[in-house]
Design a protein around this ligand. Structure first.
Ligand SMILES: O=C(O)CCC(=O)C(=O)O
Ligand SMILES: [Fe+2]
Length: 270
């Protein structure tokens, strides 16, 4: 039995150490159904509140070394086509946050211990219904933490990978809300009209799931456009850990992602 994990996770609520139990089977089924229907599944209270506070304290020490991202970018990967003016592909969205990279997060930190848990990897594998699932081997991006202070945001985008797993560690007290629209596009249809409408009227068209500190969230962000709204001027920092997995072993992210992050340099967090 993984006793270190026992102290991190609320096993009474989520018995990850009993994958064959009736409760865990039901949980896996429910999570899979949520992902299918609304591209998102939340596990509130996944991490005990006192452990969340300790994780935040461990990560705050690293903030001075965090990489600063501050660029407006399109919701889409660049392509070489000509798009008409005003097209959603050309709209740029501000993105400002700090990121603590994988290699900066110590092996004995609590968030690393959680990421390294075989129980967690197995649970995620079952929910996704994959034959195999491996933690990413990316030295830079396997496990990262996004930190957003007043004025920071993460503009509308799709994720390039199949699914993202995150643990919200600290909520902003104004702004800093995750917003998304499920299943906007699929392989054959980008649905640009809908995207243009979402950019114009996010209040009416986007969902705002109530993700709280300690919630583990599974999200399919490749078909579901999403963003994090601007953090309020007087707000506390928002902090979220992002865990990467892949069906194949030894996955590393493309070098251009990493170059983009590293080129921006390290900066002092607001
Ligand atoms: O901070 C969040 O809640 C989402 C982050 C995100 O969308 C991403 O890392 O791709
Ligand atoms: Fe994303």
């Amino acid at each position: 039995m993984d006793s270190a994990l026992h102290q991190l996770l609320d096993f009474d609520r989520y018995p990850l150490d009993e994958p064959d139990s009736h409760r865990m089977r039901a949980l896996v089924t429910d999570c899979g159904a949520d992902l299918e229907e609304r591209a998102l599944c939340m596990l509130p209270g996944f991490i005990r509140p006192e452990v969340v506070s300790r994780m935040v304290a461990e990560l705050e020490i690293l903030l001075g070394e965090a990489f600063r991202f501050d660029q407006a970018r399109s919701a889409y990967e660049a392509d070489d086509k000509e798009w008409p003016s005003g097209h959603p592909r050309l709209t740029k969205h501000d993105c400002r946050y700090h990121q603590i990279l994988n290699h900066q997060i110590p092996n004995d930190s609590l968030v690393r211990q959680l990421y390294l848990s075989e129980h967690l990897t197995e649970f995620v594998r079952q929910v996704l219904g994959h034959e195999t699932l491996f933690r990413s081997a990316c030295p830079q991006l396997a496990l990262t933490v996004h930190v957003a202070g007043p004025g920071d945001c993460n503009g509308w985008h799709y994720d390039g990978n199949d699914a993202v797993f995150s643990l919200l560690l600290a909520e902003a007290d104004s702004g800093g809300k995750f917003e998304y629209v499920p299943h906007v596009r699929d392989k054959g249809n980008e649905n640009y009209e809908k995207v243009a409408a979402i950019f114009r009227q996010p209040e009416q068209l986007a969902d705002r799931p109530p993700i709280r500190a300690g919630t583990f969230t599974l999200f399919k962000g490749d078909e579901s456009i999403h963003r994090v709204t601007e953090i309020g001027a007087e707000s506390r920092r928002r902090m979220i850990a992002v865990f990467s997995y892949d069906c194949a072993p030894n996955m590393v992210f493309p070098q251009e992602y990493i170059d983009q992050i590293r080129s921006l340099g390290q900066g002092v967090v607001a």
